[in-house]
Design a protein around this ligand. Sequence first.
Ligand code: ZN
Ligand code: ZN
Length: 795
Amino acid sequence: MEGTVQGVGFRPFVYALATEFGLSGLVGNDPGGVFIEVEGAAPAVTALVDAVRDRAPALAEVDRVDVTRIPVTGSRTFEIAPSRPTGSRSTTVAPDAATCADCLAELFDPADRRHRYPFVNCTNCGPRYTIVTDLPYDRPGTTMAGFAMCPDCAREYHDPGDRRFHAQPVCCPACGPTLELVGADGTPVPGDPVRTAAAWLDQGAVVAVKGLGGYHLAVDATDEEAVATLRARKRRPGKAFAVLARDLTEAARLGVLDEVSARLLDGARRPVVLLPRRAGAPVAPSVAPGDRLLGVLLPYTPLHHLLAGALDRPLVLTSANVSDEPIVHRDDDAGRRLPGLADAVLRHDRPIHAPCDDSVVRVVRGRPTSVRRARGYAPEPIVLPWPSPRPVLGCGGQTKNTFCLADGRRAILSPHVGDLDSYPGTVAFADGVARLCRLFGVTPAVVAHDLHPDYPSTRYARALPDVELVAVQHHHAHVAACLAENGEPGPVVGVAFDGTGYGTDGTVWGGELLVADLTGFVRAGHLLPVPMPGGTAAIRQPWRMAAAYLSAAYDGQVPDGLDVVRRNADRWPDVLRLAARGVNSPPTSSAGRLFDAVAALLGVRDVVDYEGQAAVELEQLADPGVRDGYPVTVTGPPTVDPPGGGVHGVSAPVVGVHGVDLVRGVLADLRRGVQPAVIAARFHHGLAAATVTAVRRIAETAGLGTVALSGGVFGNPLLLGAVTDGLTRHGLRVLTHHRVPCNDGGISLGQVAVAAALDRVAAARSGAGEPGSADPGQRVADEQVHDPGTADSRA
Ligand SMILES: [Zn+2]
Ligand SMILES: [Zn+2]
């Protein structure tokens, strides 16, 4: 039996079933999953086989059940067999799960022997992925290996009727890990660690807390000075912090809770949920400056329950790191990196093996939609539409990096790694790849990477010996991720709107309309490019994009009297010259940069603290009551019938979306004195309508009825909603992201899906000896054969 069946109470569950059906035999873990040998009456055996699927424990996920006949042994009992350490490793380690209701009751029961013990867990809850060092999932293969069970814990562990039967991390105050509070210099602070830490927090201190997947930094969320101190130390000026609420009641005081959000907040996965912020929410202004949303999470370990319970107000809880570096998870690393960040450290001696950040989810159009996929979700596999002939590694992108490992039909997306532009980031990436490959016993034969030659993830891939390399264009990877998540092969019209991605022509793409399937794509349309004056400086300074767009919209004659010009007067002429001459000003079709330009024009923001900030604020500014948009010219496709017709005949580029028209519309309204909130809304609806028009033309030309929406810009619910509704109204089927982020956190899945599809095509060709016998949409791939950037291999 394969799936997420280890570390989720599966063996005790099978034991109970065998007892119920009066069967004898055994059950055990092996690296392939769970094996069961039963003998007894045929109907009882059938009932058991059905029940392992239908009645599986809450945290289990059964992918496959194989049944074979074996000789009877005449055994009279049913037992749990020792684990078998051999065989193929196709089993899945379960994600970490939040403390269950039974364990919580024990935690707060003064009569229980685990009263206030911060490591209480059972087969239904507790650490999994973050503590597993090796498979099969048994105590020696976890970071609990160093803690010998006391007689009481051992009794529970061996009692088939107990909730802790074969719960690998089982422990108690007598035998398990210990909590301690230490000062910044490592000296122990006397007293009850949790209560003392709460007292420090109450005084405005920054306390580091060792959680499931790493260290966090906590401060009193109502204390402006404490939050400001945290921002300064983390060097994170503007990006919102998440807030730990004690329970749903407290969460409802912070944000507006709908039923789906409430279920997410107190479910076993426990992500940070982005909620519409309540007016007068009891948090300091610096927690989420200028943000209409608030990220809220509920306690997910006994330690967090104790801490939240000891303080009667919400806590900021953010990963312990500087800026966008990876989360601190190793104790020796914590000793080095935490002193500059925290005043005290609430720590323990259960090692964290695999780092794992908090996941972030938002409810969009009634469905949970992943913003950052990590704790509680990773390493749960995503099933690919078709199997990969050989194991594939996808290395992801540069920012919000994740990587992905595919073996057969199973794609395991790593938890969020972070940005790779720092040394710790690249180390965390390489360590993470090695760890996941080892854990799942997979050695990649094919390695997919971004087309960008200078991404650290690309360089990592190119340095690997004895692998076949596949370079996947960034926006193709976005669309492929959307296809893979939805279990579809394409072809589709793929809309990939994001910040930046390396194009096959060497320019900066980001407002792309592709005709794509998993094996290839054609660039069928895009936003018309404008210069990006100063290159990456334009990402940090949206006013530069305003200058570039104004110059493009008015033929270099920027109208007088604009606030954005006044605010940036000293550098404005230089930036215009830069753009006009094309010096250090790569042309870009990026949708993200168009949002930046409009945000700067409206005075939302001239400079950002993180990429996408201006766009987020522009969306939040938009008046939801306004439904009309600025008209936008959409040119193409050529009227001549493409040779061959259909997908094959699309010649790029055919459809151009004139983003400058939106800038003209914005400027005209600005001069009329129209409210910025109305202008922001008209910009969104104008871009959405133009996108729908462009997609419809491409879909008609290519004969397609399905559209995939991807790229970080679609994290904007207003744009996503308007485009989805527009396409649906015209009879097109729309695929969107839910389980995997639409941002760059999802592209490693897309890379893997593309590499696996190409590998299938190659295998079919060499196997059958006749080309063209493989997947539908293969002709799209043929178009790409001439492009040296998309496939390159080494022996
Ligand atoms: Zn439990
Ligand atoms: Zn014990």
